[in-house]
Design a protein around this ligand. Structure first.
Ligand SMILES: [Fe+2]
Length: 274
């Protein structure tokens, strides 16, 4: 038994679809209720659908009763503030799990490389049902910002960089791909992120929007990139050493800056929901 997946994700793990005309909509993300959900000090989140409809962002598996990242309950306080964003999350017609807007403060490419992580979208998901992927709808116009995707966290040759102008829409298997956003700023970036169940509804929605499963990444300065890799590696080493000095397992961290590969997004989504 395995999960229901969509073939279009097989090759690369992501798909870019037609951009949305963001200018036609009000800037509802400015009206939402945000909660601190981080440990890096750089992000806040606004839940539009949460595990049980409360204004909180914990993983659905961390509630009682625990559940997988499906059947999110709409948060009344935010749905009334953002009816259009709610509609957009529902537009694919797929089962919706976590649905939230991220506010990401400016960072560097080195920060993004350090923040690369995979999500834990399918904990408690029942085999035979749809695999959870995540839709990223960029709300603010950030043409110089990029979603960094890597099949192998430590191999830059596996990297794809997806530009994030207003209206950019990309669906990503974030449990497969390491990801983080490089957002030079200067203003915060806002993005609607929705967990969606793979199945015929999502397939239809993607297929109707000229899906592109492999894009050409914008070039980056190779010297800057190498400096960023070195800086990120040094930061990881320093953190591992600090944790080891406390007698803790560096794979799992201290709970304040989760960088363990698969545990980063396991309810904390600390560094960059992306
Ligand atoms: Fe993530």
């Amino acid at each position: 038994m395995s999960y229901v997946t969509l073939p279009i994700f097989d090759e690369t793990g992501y798909v870019v679809v037609d951009s949305y005309d963001q200018d036609q909509d009000p800037r509802e993300w400015q009206d939402l209720i945000y909660v601190d959900w981080k440990s890096s000090g750089d992000t806040r989140f606004s839940p539009i659908a949460s595990a049980y409809g409360d204004v909180e962002c914990d993983g659905f598996w961390n509630h009682t009763p625990a559940k997988t990242d499906k059947d999110g309950v709409w948060v009344p306080e935010n749905v009334e503030r953002a009816p259009r964003l709610t509609e957009r999350a529902q537009e694919p017609g797929a089962n919706v799990g976590r649905c939230r807007v991220i506010e990401l403060q400016p960072n560097t490419y080195a920060d993004a490389i350090y923040n690369l992580h995979r999500d834990d979208n399918n904990r408690l998901n029942v085999e035979g049902t749809g695999w959870i992927v995540r839709a990223f709808f960029n709300l603010t116009d950030n043409p110089d910002s990029m979603m960094i995707l890597r099949e192998d966290k430590d191999d830059p040759s596996t990297e794809t960089r997806v530009p994030l102008p207003a209206g950019a829409q990309v669906v990503i298997d974030t449990q497969r791909l390491y990801h983080a956003v490089w957002h030079p700023g200067p203003q915060p970036r806002y993005c609607l992120i929705t967990s969606l169940e793979s199945g015929p509804e999502l397939d239809t929605w993607i297929s109707a929007r000229n899906p592109v499963p492999r894009i050409e990444s914008p070039a980056i300065d190779p010297v800057m990139a190498q400096d960023a890799y070195d800086a990120a590696e040094a930061k990881r080493a320093a953190r591992a050493a600090a944790i080891a000095a406390q007698g803790k397992d560096p794979r799992f961290g201290d709970g304040s800056m989760a960088m363990a590969e698969d545990s980063v997004d396991s309810g904390m989504e600390v560094l960059s929901e992306a």
